[in-house]
Write a protein that binds this ligand. Structure first.
Ligand SMILES: NC(=O)c1ccc[n+]([C@@H]2O[C@H](COP(=O)([O-])OP(=O)(O)OC[C@H]3O[C@@H](n4cnc5c(N)ncnc54)[C@H](OP(=O)(O)O)[C@@H]3O)[C@@H](O)[C@H]2O)c1
Length: 302
């Protein structure tokens, strides 16, 4: 990578993530900044305002060199170990990505005087009384949730210029890493019956709404904590049925199951989800409901 210094530079770490795939084009459209994309792989983005660093983000020195060269005003961290069950069994990797990486990024952000925007999850809550507003007390019940809460804390204690954006159940048109909608559609297309939990509640978030919120936060230089979740609160089984109905799939392939029967490796919050009132009023945006999200996906596929 060439050494470069630009007046406006945003570093995006985990630029190959589902979120960044939507966020990068949006930031290119909505800002004049140059984007410094940090990823483990070459990404297909093509634009004169993009600079790429292909590195191992868990290598502190490589990360430091990359950020010192870019000298960003803002660092957005989209990287994480997001598989809740894998985090339970591979705790070392979960900690390296969800905590140590964030600690390193926060330190580097302080050195180059950059703001840091870090993405987190409703899994920092125990799911007893969701959906949750920003003031609710975190109490994670899985290693993923614990590591993400620790990541928030290292960020908040390491810099004064921090925004934490919590979200839940991201879905969108991305084909690369299958989300819940893709998983349901693939099963329906293959005629494979699926068992879906009917007691885990959330408010699924259309990925473009999260990207929009982050773009607003970056442009308006907002600090603090923001919850970003979709307009509809429902359990996973009902969400799967809505997907099948919307895309005219065979609803009878979707079978309800309880969390106890499914016995996933990691514990899940039952009444999870996030109240987005602060984001909606402060950032002046409206989160999409499921029907609108699914119709945006259908539009993107046409
Ligand atoms: N997806 C959801 O439903 C959901 C729900 C709540 C909160 N969140 C939060 O939202 C943020 C973005 O989530 P996402 O779903 O967009 O993430 P994602 O698609 O799972 O991507 C995470 C990225 O992290 C990097 N990464 C993961 N494992 C790695 C490893 N072992 N070594 C190096 N890099 C690694 C990769 O970046 P590169 O590809 O660039 O190398 C990967 O693309 C995360 O903080 C997540 O916790 C997501």
């Amino acid at each position: 990578m060439d050494v470069f210094r630009f007046a406006g530079m945003i570093t995006i770490v985990g630029a190959g993530s589902t979120l960044a795939r939507t966020l990068v084009p949006l930031l290119l459209e909505e800002t004049d900044e140059t984007l410094h994309l940090v990823s483990s792989r070459m990404l297909p983005f093509k634009n004169d305002r993009i600079r790429a660093s292909v590195i191992d983000i868990t290598d502190r020195n490589a990360l430091k060199t990359s950020i010192m060269e870019a000298m960003p005003q803002t660092i957005i961290n989209c990287a994480a170990m997001t598989s809740v069950d894998k985090c339970e069994t591979d705790r070392q990797t979960a900690w390296a990505l969800n905590v140590t990486l964030v600690e390193n990024l926060t330190r580097m952000a302080r050195i180059v005087d950059a703001r840091i925007v870090h993405v987190s999850t409703d899994y920092v809550f125990d799911g007893v009384k969701g959906p949750y507003a920003e003031g609710a007390i975190a109490n994670p019940i899985s290693y993923y949730g614990k590591s993400k809460l620790a990541g928030e804390n290292v960020c908040l204690s390491g810099s004064n210029s921090v925004t934490i954006v919590r979200t839940n159940v991201l879905y969108g048109p991305s084909q690369e890493r299958p989300d819940f909608v893709r998983w349901v559609l693939d099963a329906l297309e293959a005629g494979t019956p699926i068992r879906v939990v009917n007691d885990q509640y959330s408010n699924p978030t259309y990925v473009e709404d999260l990207a929009d919120a982050i773009s607003c936060i970056v442009q308006r230089k907002r600090n603090g904590l923001y919850h970003v979740g979709g307009a509809d609160y429902m359990n996973r089984f009902d969400f799967a049925v809505k997907i099948a109905e919307f895309f005219k799939g065979d609803v009878s392939l979707i079978r309800p199951v309880t969390t106890q029967e499914l016995a996933q490796t990691a514990r899940r919050p039952l009444k999870g989800g996030l109240i987005s009132l602060k984001a909606e009023t402060d950032l002046m945006m409206k989160m999409r409901g499921i029907e609108s999200g699914l119709s945006s996906i259908r539009h993107a596929f046409q």
